[in-house]
Ligand binder design. Structure first.
Ligand code: AMP
Length: 285
């Protein structure tokens, strides 16, 4: 199995992509923070289907972590990640250091509105999406891929990236990919390694409760009452709940009974802490 080319400079990345472009080859990008799991791999497999060449970036982006968050202890498993990507025929891994991405004097941040201000993650991680959108804008400009793939697991992030890419006329098609889950419903996440045995046992309550709420709402039960009941179940299971919300799947605006009746595409989104680990998830309704 050929090993992916490992790139750590923007000029090297651009040269590699230019070589492919000179041969008329299409390019797909899958941005990650490493600690790769089957969810990330499903994104690279989708990229493989849609583009001749695949670049995976591995960069734990400091600007999307608040000072009290887990930047320094975020899992870093670079060698194992590259082995996994080699098995998936990924062509290049772009793994810059923070000062390549943010050289001394760096002073620009993408400013966001719309889905970035939906009142979900932004309420609990106020500077998070500015960090995400800035690094993703840079990656889209550095690689200039035909397509870039992001997981629906981070549903608000996917909406923010789509909006930013359209608004800045970046010539990249943003594609969302379905969430890969454990058998008991827990969404795969690099942060799941933080969970103790007991926490791991209660973690699937998030997905199971959302599924139950979604079924009830589709069957005509009152949305607010159903969500209130769902919130109670999640808290009772031992979580500290940030939100459980029903939203328009496109605008992320709050969804009411009328939206349900009209059969609009809706999304249920949840964020909750179990112990010190914060988990997020969402499903279509
Ligand atoms: P991260 O390394 O956590 O920043 O994630 C990199 C990409 O993988 C993002 O686009 C995520 O939405 C996506 N991703 C994370 N977890 C999953 C999952 N369980 N299924 C599918 N995609 C995922």
């Amino acid at each position: 199995m050929p090993r992916p080319i490992i790139l750590d400079s923007i000029s090297g990345l651009r040269q590699t992509v230019a070589g492919w472009r000179a041969n008329g080859e299409s390019v797909g990008l899958v941005p990650t923070m490493g600690a790769l799991h089957a969810g990330h791999i499903s994104l690279t497999q989708l990229a493989r289907k849609k583009a001749r060449r695949v670049v995976v970036s591995i960069f734990v982006n400091p600007t999307q972590f608040a000072p009290h968050e887990d930047f320094t202890k975020y899992p870093r498993t670079f060698e194992a990640d590259v082995d996994r990507l080699a098995a998936e025929n990924v062509d290049a891994v772009f793994a810059p250091t923070p000062d390549i991405m943010y050289p001394p004097g760096f002073a620009t941040t993408v400013s966001l509105d719309g889905p970035a201000k939906a009142g979900l993650e932004d309420m609990f991680r106020p500077s998070h999406f500015a960090g995400v959108a800035t690094i993703v804008a840079k990656l889209h400009i550095q690689v200039l891929p035909d397509i870039a793939i992001y997981g629906e697991k981070d549903f608000q992030q996917l909406a923010v990236i789509g909006q930013m890419t359209r608004d800045l006329d970046l010539p990249v098609e943003v594609i969302g990919a379905p969430t890969v889950r454990e058998e008991d419903g827990l969404a795969l996440s690099s942060r799941n390694v933080y969970l103790s045995e007991t926490e791991r046992r209660i973690a699937p309550v998030l997905h199971n409760t959302m599924q139950d709420c979604a079924r009830r709402i589709r069957a005509g039960e009152d949305g607010e009452q159903t969500l209130a009941r769902g919130r109670g179940i999640i808290i009772e299971a031992g979580f500290s709940l940030d939100y459980l919300e029903l939203r328009d799947a496109v605008s992320l605006a709050p969804a009411g009974a009328e939206d349900v009746r009209q059969g609009k595409p809706l999304r249920m989104l949840v964020a909750a802490k179990v112990g010190s680990t914060r988990l997020i998830d969402n499903i279509a309704v």
